[in-house]
Design a protein around this ligand. Structure first.
Ligand code: SF4
Ligand code: SF4
Length: 99
């Protein structure tokens, strides 16, 4: 019988990432930053914010107002099994997961 494959959770992905070396982690962050679509988001546009990847790095100090969030359609959201939104305002995936 074929064993049912279970989806990897965000928490499991974060656990796996703790095993990366600093160099591997840096490469991973660079890869994910390239995939981040915050730049095209109405909440981001026109604020002067330059940072990206809030799901990993946490809240923006500049963005203050919700005007829509593209995160649910972002490839990083899917890749890491993130399940939240407005990371720029609410905090990173880890913060929103309480881990
Ligand atoms: S999930 Fe949101 S914050 Fe994270 S990389 Fe995608 S667009 Fe950026
Ligand atoms: S985290 Fe969501 S709301 Fe914030 S800038 Fe990125 S896509 Fe927009």
């Amino acid at each position: 019988m074929v064993k049912e494959t279970q989806k990897t959770t965000f928490e499991q992905n974060m656990e796996a990432m703790t095993k990366l070396s600093p160099r591997e982690m840096e490469a991973k962050v660079a890869e994910l930053t390239k995939m981040c679509i915050c730049g095209g988001c109405p909440t981001y546009s026109g604020t002067g914010e330059k940072r990206l990847l809030f799901c990993a790095t946490g809240k923006s100090k500049i963005i203050k107002k919700e005007k829509g969030c593209l995160c649910p359609g972002c490839p990083v959201q899917k890749k890491l099994a993130l399940r939240w939104d407005y990371y720029c305002l609410k905090g990173s995936g880890k913060e929103q997961a309480g881990i």
